[in-house]
Design a protein around this ligand. Structure first.
Ligand SMILES: [Zn+2]
Length: 89
């Protein structure tokens, strides 16, 4: 029986093959929620979903799309936003 703190499902269970060749069970913290569009709430594609310490090692170009409002708005909301910005000038 695992110890009481590990019976909870707040930690995820990961099977990792250790150097000796046997598969061991490790308990790891869960990943954060998927990034959502700030306007319509749709799940954003191409946005990294990792814990902060791992995010530090990921290149900025792999964390969000490299366009205006990338990682903030979804493509259709971005399109509408850019059109409205141009028309308001
Ligand atoms: Zn949207």
């Amino acid at each position: 029986m695992p110890r009481p703190s590990r019976r909870s499902r707040s930690l995820r269970r990961v099977h990792i093959r250790v150097p000796s060749g046997v598969s061991k069970l490790f308990y790891k913290k869960r990943k954060p929620q998927k990034a959502k569009c700030g306007k319509c709430g749709a799940v954003l594609q191409g946005v990294a979903r990792e814990r902060p310490t791992k995010m530090q090692n990921i290149p900025k170009s792999r964390k969000r799309p490299e366009r205006k409002y990338g990682g903030v708005l979804c493509p259709s909301c971005t399109k509408r936003k850019i059109i409205s910005e141009v028309r308001s000038k």
